[in-house]
Design a protein around this ligand. Structure first.
Ligand SMILES: NC(=O)c1ccc[n+]([C@@H]2O[C@H](COP(=O)([O-])OP(=O)(O)OC[C@H]3O[C@@H](n4cnc5c(N)ncnc54)[C@H](OP(=O)(O)O)[C@@H]3O)[C@@H](O)[C@H]2O)c1
Length: 205
């Protein structure tokens, strides 16, 4: 796989886990960006990982941009990405996903960025598991997109980071991958499994 320039937009709990996984477990170039230039979380993370903070131009020049912001910040993230034509990995999940016919965050991003190649991935995985995938079994990462070439690139990236990619179908299926994210939150909290609970899909042959 060619070396990718990856930007991670969002440097909170999940963004920092993704940036850590990408910079420590893949051979790609990683930059990070918080809610604004010089954001304290981005400066701290870039220092910890030894990566640069991404400028607006770095983001637009990226091969892959992870969007890991709260769902309410998607319009602002879309403004930062205005005109971007590369691959966007949508990781954001709204607490209301799937309720009352609301679309997925991935579909909202695709609508806001018509030139971008939007892929949904990692929405059903806890940050703790992204950071420390564990040794017992590989976590499944569902990958959904209407762009098969972009999906194939992200399938390889997911593999490289130590997960088992599962073809989740078209971007319309992101709704269910995001709803699984909310289910994972409930399993961790209400059911008491904690933040290492994760999904593994397999064929029962
Ligand atoms: N936490 C998980 O395990 C997990 C798992 C799967 C999916 N997700 C999804 O990932 C998203 C982020 O979750 P989180 O837990 O990481 O939240 P978080 O800890 O609250 O962090 C949110 C981050 O988003 C940044 N941000 C806000 N607006 C931004 C913008 N317009 N452009 C760039 N960055 C912006 C904030 O930057 P500043 O620090 O500069 O304010 C902060 O670093 C959510 O949609 C969540 O549903 C989370």
């Amino acid at each position: 796989m060619q070396k990718l320039n990856i930007s991670v937009l969002g440097t909170g709990d999940m963004g920092s886990a993704i940036a850590t996984a990408m910079s420590k477990r893949t051979g790609h170039s990683v930059r990070v960006r918080g809610s604004k230039a010089g954001s304290a979380s981005a400066i701290k993370l870039s220092g910890e990982l030894g990566v640069s903070e991404a400028t607006e131009q770095d983001i637009l020049d990226s091969d892959v941009v992870f969007v890991v912001v709260p769902a309410a910040a998607i319009p602002q993230a879309a403004t930062t990405l205005s005109g971007y034509r590369g691959i966007v990995i949508s990781v954001s999940v709204s607490g209301d996903v799937g309720r009352d016919g609301l679309p997925s965050s991935s579909e909202n991003i695709a609508k806001a960025l018509p030139g971008a190649r939007v892929v949904n991935a990692f929405t059903s995985v806890w940050s703790n598991v992204v950071r420390e995938p564990g040794k017992l079994e590989k976590t499944s990462v569902f990958v959904c997109s209407d762009d098969e070439e972009a999906k194939a690139t992200i399938v390889e990236l997911v593999k490289e980071a130590g997960f088992d990619p599962i073809n989740g179908g078209k971007l319309a299926m992101a709704l269910y991958a995001e709803a699984m994210g909310m289910f994972t939150v409930r399993l961790a909290t209400d059911s008491g499994y904690g933040r290492t609970i994760t999904f593994r899909a397999f064929q029962a042959v």
